[in-house]
Design a protein around this ligand. Structure first.
Ligand SMILES: [Zn+2]
Length: 439
């Protein structure tokens, strides 16, 4: 079995544009890693995806900038980011002014080549460091971009981990960022690592689906062709930017009071002491938008390691540039994030309505669960605060959010009460039918 960083080294430098040979190669390699557990869904160019359609395949055999005497200044053969993703073809001599209108640089990093894409507002373009741009002082230059648009196939990889229930929870990550690592290969590999662990563990309650997509259009292609699955999707988590050295950031869904929002928000605090949560669309925008959107409305959160919004390096210093290389990520951080994902899922599996088998206040000493208020006043108070909320109307996450304590702290008490048969757990609120216990 490969570790995540080995696969990153293998795949990161590929020209993984939306519909491209590089993307297909990477997805096929990841499917091989999953040993037959990944299905690849195919959507031909032009296939309607609600209000969108699957794009053309884009390839680029050469892209460079030269002086008129043939000195090559930029060459996409050296770095895929030197050409705009989905650039129109162009060949000719242009004035310096014309060139500068089509030559993109990074807004913050003078040494870096920026990642620029023109999927839908088509234009030709090259990218360079601003250091290089600032040396361009000749009146005209020669530009060559031999790109090609052709009918192709958009591909979405799906790994399904069957659960006891057909209700599903979606993990999603995108794979379409050429020659970059933290955004986006890290999310893909953390997702695969979590999927491998789920596949080798006991059968979960929920069915889990890991989707690997080209950003936005891949999610739309999958959702628009699997509408029947949408009502059964109970929640989701988008994964990205999990290899750099920032605290975990959890972005809530469009429905901040959903059970999955409450569960993950209260569970993450116990998993990373430096982590933070923020509302929908305030951390980083990705495929979770398609799941949260009208007509879908699956509460999908996102997990990443991102500087807090407003910080000068947001979301991280090397974002969307040629400096987003394997050097800025570590295997250890990826492993930690994969474990955070699995621990969030574990909480989600446990998050049921807590139903009382008792009436009145429990005789705690009699059940051996008494916590002495003299030696542990906090524990004593928490035990009673949690117990009085075990009434069938609240989930473990509801209680955690109400008491502003971690999911795990509530679960510890609830599982103790469950072991003493003082409470039982139900997937539905306020159950009256005792048979619900078995469902
Ligand atoms: Zn990105």
């Amino acid at each position: 079995m490969h570790n995540m960083l080995d696969l990153i080294y293998e795949l990161w430098f590929l020209r993984r544009d939306l519909v491209s040979d590089g993307y297909d190669f990477a997805l096929k390699r990841l499917a091989a890693e999953m040993k037959g557990q990944m299905t690849i869904h195919e959507y031909p160019t032009g296939e309607p995806c609600w209000t969108w359609q699957a794009p053309e395949k884009w390839s680029c055999s050469a892209a460079y900038l030269e002086t008129l005497d043939g000195r090559r200044l930029i060459d996409a053969a050296d770095h895929p980011l030197h050409v705009v993703s989905y650039s129109l073809p162009f060949e000719g001599v242009v004035s310096r002014e014309e060139l500068l209108r089509h030559l993109h640089v990074h807004p913050r990093l003078p040494h870096a080549i920026p990642f620029v894409f023109k999927y839908y507002q088509r234009d030709w373009g090259l990218c360079a460091s601003s250091m290089l741009r600032d040396t361009l002082d000749e009146p005209s230059y020669r530009v060559v971009i031999r790109s090609k648009f052709s009918p192709g196939t958009l591909k979405v990889g799906e790994v399904v981990i069957p659960g006891q229930s057909e209700q599903s929870f979606v993990l999603a990550a995108h794979l379409c960022h050429p020659a970059m690592v933290n955004d986006d290969l890290t999310g893909v590999l953390v997702g695969l690592e979590a999927a491998k662990a789920l596949l080798s563990g006991p059968k979960p309650y929920f069915t889990y689906r890991l989707l690997i997509v080209p950003e936005t259009i891949g999610s739309l292609a999958y959702l628009s062709h699997n509408e029947a699955l949408i009502p059964g999707m109970v929640g989701g988590l988008f994964l990205e930017m999990l290899g750099n050295d920032s605290p975990h950031a959890l972005q809530g869904s469009f429905q901040p009071q959903s059970q999955v929002d409450r569960c993950f928000r209260s569970a993450l605090t116990a998993l990373d002491a430096h982590s933070y949560s923020a509302p929908y669309r305030t951390v980083i925008n990705n495929d979770e938008r398609q799941f949260n959107a009208p007509g879908v409305r699956v509460p999908m959160l996102s997990l990443s390691r991102v500087e807090p919004p407003g910080s000068p390096n947001w979301p991280y210093a090397e974002y969307h540039s040629s400096l987003d290389t394997p050097a800025i990520v570590t295997e250890e951080r990826l492993q930690t994030s994969a474990q955070v994902v699995l621990d969030l899922i574990e909480a989600w599996e446990c998050n049921q309505y807590v139903v009382n088998n008792f009436k009145g206040e429990v005789f705690c000493s009699g059940y051996g669960i008494w916590i002495d208020y003299l030696t542990n006043p906090e524990g004593h108070r928490r035990l009673f605060e949690i117990m009085e909320r075990c009434d069938g109307s609240r989930t473990v996450a509801d209680i955690a959010v109400e008491l502003e304590i971690s999911f795990q702290a509530v679960w510890e008490v609830v599982s103790q009460l469950q072991a003493k048969e003082l409470v039982w757990l139900s997937r539905a609120p306020n159950p009256t039918d005792p048979d619900r216990r078995l469902s």
